[in-house]
Design a protein around this ligand. Structure first.
Ligand SMILES: Cc1ncc(COP(=O)(O)O)c(C=O)c1O
Length: 407
């Protein structure tokens, strides 16, 4: 038997039939079909409210829409946050449909000219990733007769300790090395761009409050050093994000209130050059991961050489991360449940496998669950972030799952 991750708090004490924001999971599947992604908007709003209560008022909240760009969720999120961060021309369009351009920023390597031009024309902020991209943005701005709004994304000389995905402190395709960032800012200003500040993103999926506190303090210090080197105050310092969620057995939820209290202290002590700057954090998964559940029906139950398999109609083509193939080194189990038997004692060890013919398609590996039969619905939790859009949905040509919002 292998352990599963902890159920998110909203589901941890449920008994009997699974409900999501009060909606019965089996009824949702009956209405919308299986497999199905369900996102609880009230849970998203509650996370935003928790962030606001925990963080100093000076910290703006940006939503990184790559975590979940489902249009109804995005529409609900937009009025709750101060900015949307996008990573492609497609995401830019989705963000501009729900938020003014001045509140939209576009980060990511390899922006094509048409994407840069679309952002410049709309008035969104480009988080510039290289000296070459700065030159192309300036040239496109000149051609369009519009001053690009541009921040410089910095590849920091620090990393987020303990993060699942480190994005700083090393050679990187992301951002401009801290040593060269001031020169690029000066070139942007001299070229006529409207300089919007710094974007410094050091890592993702951190559960250790101490590591985040350390990184945020170091990021503030780096922003101050860079501002001194530029000789101008940045209008905005985007301090990155990295707030993680517990996916696996042994993971402990991040103490966001502790991070907020420490950030208030670091901000109070900030260098004079940042006195007038605005600040923001840019979060994806922490805001939406726990709000999503992937529901998939058991199609077949079989025993092979002593191992019981529940074969479901979903799989890694919809929920790659739960199969352990999206950024994890060792495969571990996400939390799963039999949707009709929440809170029931585990009765048998089963492997929950998807319908793709690859051994990678395993949503639960030798997990202990109440007995499930063909037709029962399995719930895969933590499906609100990096689910459908982070999965190879065209693989093997199965139909796309439905997505719905509740709450
Ligand atoms: C620049 C940037 N912003 C935000 C995020 C969102 O990270 P998370 O969903 O872990 O909060 C990422 C993730 O890779 C990122 O690269």
């Amino acid at each position: 038997m292998k352990p599963m991750g902890p159920l998110p708090p909203a589901f941890a004490h449920q008994q009997g039939a699974l409900t999501i924001a009060g909606a019965d999971a089996a009824a949702l599947v009956a209405e919308h079909g299986s497999p199905l992604f369900v996102y609880d908007l009230s849970a998203v709003a509650a996370q935003v409210a928790r962030f606001r209560a925990a963080m100093p008022a000076a910290i703006g909240l940006h939503y990184a829409i790559k975590a979940n760009p489902f249009a109804p969720l995005l529409a609900a999120m937009a009025p709750l946050v101060d900015g949307l961060d996008v990573a492609s021309g497609g995401e830019l369009e989705r963000a501009l449909a729900v938020k003014p351009a001045a509140a939209v920023s576009f980060a990511g390597p390899g922006k094509r000219d048409d994407e840069l031009a679309a952002a410049i024309a709309a008035g969104a902020t480009l988080n510039i990733e290289s000296a070459g991209e700065a030159r192309r943005a300036l040239a496109l701005g000149e051609r369009l007769g519009i001053a690009p709004r541009a921040a410089v994304r910095v590849n920091p000389d620090l990393e987020l300790r303990g993060s699942g995905m480190k994005m700083g402190g090393r050679a990187s395709p992301f951002g401009i090395d801290a040593e060269e960032a001031a020169a690029v800012v000066r070139a942007l200003i001299a070229g006529g761009a409207t300089w919007r500040g710094f974007h410094i993103f050091a890592g993702s999926q951190a559960l250790d409050a101490g590591a985040l506190i350390e990184t945020q303090a170091a990021t503030l210090a780096l922003a101050a050093r860079l501002a001194d080197a530029v000789g101008a105050a940045p209008p905005l310092v985007n301090l990155g994000g990295g707030f993680g969620v517990p996916y696996f057995a042994g993971d402990v939820a991040l103490d966001v209130e502790r991070v907020g209290a420490a950030l208030a202290e670091s901000l109070a002590r900030r260098a004079d050059v940042l006195a007038e700057s605005g600040f923001a954090l840019e979060l994806g998964r922490w805001l939406v991961a726990e709000a999503g559940v992937y529901l998939t029906r058991v199609v077949d139950r079989k025993v092979s050489r002593g191992e019981t398999f529940l074969v479901v109609d979903g799989g890694l083509h919809h929920q790659l991360a739960a199969s352990g193939n999206f950024g994890t080194v060792v495969r571990r189990n996400y939390p799963l449940a039999v949707a009709g038997r929440m809170g029931a004692a585990g009765e048998e060890e089963v492997s929950v496998v998807g319908c793709l013919c690859t051994p990678l398609d395993r949503l639960g590996d030798r997990v202990l669950l109440p007995r499930a039969a063909e037709g029962d619905v399995i719930a895969v939790f933590l499906a609100g972030a990096y689910g459908l859009t982070a999965s190879p949905s065209a693989f093997l040509g199965h139909p796309a799952p439905a997505e719905v919002v509740v709450g």
